[in-house]
Ligand binder design. Structure first.
Ligand code: IPE
Ligand code: IPE
Ligand code: MG
Length: 234
């Protein structure tokens, strides 16, 4: 059936969705949260093994304190209140991103959901929070330099594949990247992992993205001839 093993979603357009309706940006984030719930469950039911979602970028700290705090409170709400459901659905939650400058209550809620879902096996939901793709490569390089200096690895051990072990999570590369919200850019998302990803841009604002739109993106992926640099010989 040629399903993508790892899908990434840049969930963009929450604010514009709200403004268009004369609502506050926060209402868009709330609706975006509900959309993610539906999309994650649908992906799992389709048999997708890894789903990475961009929830908050390192650059999103440039937003107003009010918006940042609203988003952090919303994340805590989800981690605490959807825990039971995530466990029932056998989804393992992991995080990518820098933890150091996150609020203590956010880190506590993250640690709790990591612990409680660690043995779940149907699929992995990787939540990118305070995440940046360049930062991830820099942080991985620092860990790698440490291991090299300590003699834990040799220079010859450093390969494209082994570098994954140093990223925030050791996940397979992205097969399909979806960005909603009309913009056609990457905004510092999973730069290492998307090396051969098929990229699907959707004009829908994320709160309007439905299960059938995920199906469409997967169909788009299934029609691609993924050559990885080679030439077809038939
Ligand atoms: C994406 O929606 C959610 C986050 C970045 C947290 P935006 O908040 O970027 O919505 P727009 O792009 O301003 O519409
Ligand atoms: C990317 O969206 C980050 C998330 C979806 C969390 P942004 O709205 O922050 O990206 P730009 O500013 O349009 O590039
Ligand atoms: Mg945006």
């Amino acid at each position: 059936m040629n399903l993508p093993k790892h899908i990434g979603i840049i969930m963009d357009g929450n604010g514009r969705w709200a403004i268009k309706r004369g609502l506050k940006r926060s209402e868009g984030h709330k609706k975006g949260g509900k959309t993610l719930e539906k999309i994650a469950l649908h992906a799992k039911n389709l048999g997708i093994k890894y789903l990475s979602v961009y929830a908050f970028s390192t650059d999103n700290f440039k937003r107003s304190e009010e918006e940042v705090n609203y988003l952090m409170d919303l994340l805590i709400y989800y981690f605490n209140n959807k825990l039971e459901k995530v466990c029932k659905d056998n989804i393992k939650v992991v995080f990518s991103g820098r933890r150091n400058n996150l609020r203590k209550d956010v880190i506590e809620a993250m640690d709790n959901i990591i612990l409680r879902t660690q043995n779940n096996t149907d699929c992995v939901l990787n939540i990118c929070l305070n995440y940046g793709g360049e930062e991830e490569i820099v942080d991985a390089s620092i860990k790698l330099a440490h291991d090299l200096n300590q003699g834990l690895i040799k220079k010859e051990d450093i390969t494209r594949e082994s570098f994954y072990k140093y990223l925030y999570q050791d996940l397979p590369p992205l097969d399909l990247l979806i960005r909603t919200g009309k913009e056609k850019r990457l905004s510092n998302f999973m730069l290492y992992q998307m090396y051969y990803a098929e990229i699907y841009f959707s004009n829908l604002y994320f709160p309007d993205f439905k299960e059938k739109d995920l199906d469409k993106a997967i169909l788009f992926y299934q029609k691609k001839d993924r050559r990885f640099g080679s030439v077809k010989t038939d």
